[in-house]
Design a protein around this ligand. Structure first.
Ligand code: HEM
Length: 188
């Protein structure tokens, strides 16, 4: 049985290079998101104390930064349109790639928003490093608990999506031998 490949329409033709803002925004979101993510994973099991307190402050501020960069990235993506595949993909592969990319974009928005809501609804306000963005206020327990459960359960799904994303990149690089990875590194 042969694997049927879709002939991509002209607008979807593979392209060899990506624009500078696309590359810059991808790595800015990737590095800041992963840093914030793993600080969150590390701090959650720390005992209460100065280290945990400091890391929570760093985690929250970095989360706000991720939100800003992720929103810029989405605006840029809407302006530039979808990334074209680096090589011809089957219809199934195209759907899987769109789903994984969509979920990753969603995670970069949903994690900071749920974190910020958790903090504000917990009556703790929201700071960006030493700048107060939202003042401390009343507790909204229902809202805090919804945001908290999203924020601490989504990471299980995020691990799976990140793994699929990395496996796909490896497959493109090592098996398909196309320029999916090198063009994102700005080498094409
Ligand atoms: C890119 C943005 C963010 C990512 C990827 C992220 C990720 C995480 C992760 C993985 C955890 C550990 C969850 C667990 O294992 O239970 C966590 C915990 C936490 N995050 Fe975030 N977070 C982000 C943004 C924020 C923001 C903006 C805030 C608040 C302003 C925030 C507040 C917290 C707090 C308070 C905890 C500890 C929760 C607990 O002790 O139950 N996060 N975060």
């Amino acid at each position: 049985m042969s694997l049927e490949l879709t002939q991509n329409p002209p607008a979807e033709h593979p392209i060899s290079s990506l624009s500078k803002p696309t590359i810059l925004l991808h790595w800015a979101v990737a590095v800041s998101f992963l840093f914030t993510f793993f600080v969150g994973v590390y701090l959650v099991d720390l005992p209460r104390g100065p280290e945990k307190f400091e890391l929570i402050g760093l985690h929250k501020s970095m989360g706000v930064l991720v939100l800003v960069v992720a929103l810029l990235r989405i605006v840029w993506r809407l302006k530039e349109g979808k990334l074209k595949p680096a090589s011809t993909l089957s219809a199934l592969q195209q759907k899987a790639a769109s789903a994984v990319h969509g979920l990753l974009l969603l995670a970069t928005i949903a994690m900071p928003i749920s974190g910020a809501v958790m903090s504000v609804a917990g009556g703790r306000g929201l700071d960006f490093f030493s700048v107060n963005l939202i003042a401390k206020g009343d507790k909204m327990e229902g809202l805090q608990s919804v945001a908290h459960s999203l924020h601490v359960n989504a990471p299980y799904l995020i691990y799976a999506i990140l793994a699929l994303h990395l496996l796909a990149v490896l497959k493109h690089h090592l098996i398909d031998k196309d320029n999916t990875l090198t063009r994102m590194l700005g080498k094409d």
